[in-house]
Design a protein. Structure first.
Length: 324
């Protein structure tokens, strides 16, 4: 395995107000005995609510934070102790920050990185050419980074993270703030480098389309504990999320009554019905079209967002048997 985490924990000391003048010292358990292993070539999505411990995990894996307890190995190295050696084996992109130099043209930033990582000239030229083509960097290679759009800057950051051919890429919210087209470009790029170079990718995201598009495997973290580790398909099945029937009536009407289904939303002549798992959508559609004047009707499968919401409602602890 290329990433191994066993019982890793990270606590932060914090001071909490307790009364008007008193402050008490406490430990916040940001990551609480988390274990997982990732094989070379996997793309794994790491998701969870705000403050769940995603960034803290990534920071332990990249050597920025030292674990309070447990065992962490990345590419055979101890990240916190062997941070410089690890830097040659990993690429890191934090969507909220850039590793590029604001005042320099993108091309010069990349060239500085070449020297920092001691990438030989031929390899650098080949990689720069490849990424320029894949990410369409040509039009803005000579533009100072501060003038780049967010999407252009992200493409620059991805290039910067991969110029030294690292076998592992860590991404923290790589599509945050990007428009639809840039998101698609980033996802397509990640898919290709994984397929063509076998790059192992661990990505945290709040954008569930990233997960749908890129990851077969997901890990869900909640309050510092790993709540699920497994197939995306299995996660979907476990959540037993209702499908949705979207009904367009000829005119606005009070909520429909239909056997087994309940109206979850009404907007003018359009109504949304939750179809319980296991019940027949065909029978429901037949019943509704027989009794109401229906202009259009569509059955929508749950998307990953529905699944995650449902899981939070069920309580994430219902998933814990998926975790080793
Ligand atoms: N340096 C720190 N000092 C004190 N508490 C911290 C520190 N860093 C993180 N925490 C706390 O640890 C918990 C986990 O934070 P973390 O940033 O890992 O969550 P996250 O899952 O990445 O959240 P988000 O999705 O909001 O980025 C939170 O309660 C956070 O407040």
């Amino acid at each position: 395995m290329i990433i191994e985490v066993r019982d890793a924990a990270k606590s932060f000391p914090v001071r909490r107000r307790a009364g008007r003048f008193r402050r008490v010292r406490e430990q916040v358990r940001a990551v609480d005995r988390v274990s997982f292993a990732i094989q070379p070539g996997e793309i794994v999505g790491y998701i969870g609510p705000n403050g769940a411990g995603k960034s803290t995990t990534i920071k332990m894996l990249t050597g920025i934070l030292t674990p309070s307890a447990g065992h962490v190995r990345v590419a055979g190295l101890d990240p916190a102790r062997q941070r410089m050696r690890l830097a040659r084996r990993i690429g890191v992109v934090f969507g909220q920050r850039t590793t590029l130099w604001w005042d320099l043209p993108l091309r010069d930033s990349l060239s500085l990185l070449r020297h920092m990582y001691r990438i030989d000239r031929d390899r650098y030229a080949a990689n720069l050419a490849a990424f320029t083509e894949l990410l369409d960097l040509g039009p803005f290679l000579d533009t100072p980074v501060r003038q780049l759009s967010l999407g252009q800057r992200m493409r620059g950051d991805l290039t910067a993270a991969l110029l030294h051919d690292p076998p592992i890429l860590f991404l923290d919210e790589p599509t945050i703030g990007l428009d639809v087209v840039s998101k698609a470009a980033v996802r397509g790029f990640l898919e290709r480098i994984n397929a063509e170079r076998g790059t192992t990718i661990l990505l945290t995201t709040h954008d569930l389309d990233d997960i749908e598009r890129l990851c077969r495997r997901v890990m869900v973290i909640d309050q510092g504990r790993l709540a699920y580790d497994g197939d995306l398909a299995e996660l979907r099945a476990r959540a037993a999320t209702p499908r949705t029937l979207v009904v367009d009536l000829a005119r606005p009407a009070p909520p429909l009554t239909a056997d087994g289904a309940s109206v979850t939303r009404v907007d003018g002549p359009r109504q949304w019905l939750a179809v319980p798992p296991g019940s027949s959508a065909a029978a429901l559609i037949a019943d509704i079209t027989a009794r109401y004047e229906v202009v259009d009707i569509a059955l929508r499968e749950p998307d990953i967002e529905d699944v995650i919401h449902q899981l939070y409602r069920q309580g994430l602890s219902t998933l814990e048997d998926s975790v080793p």
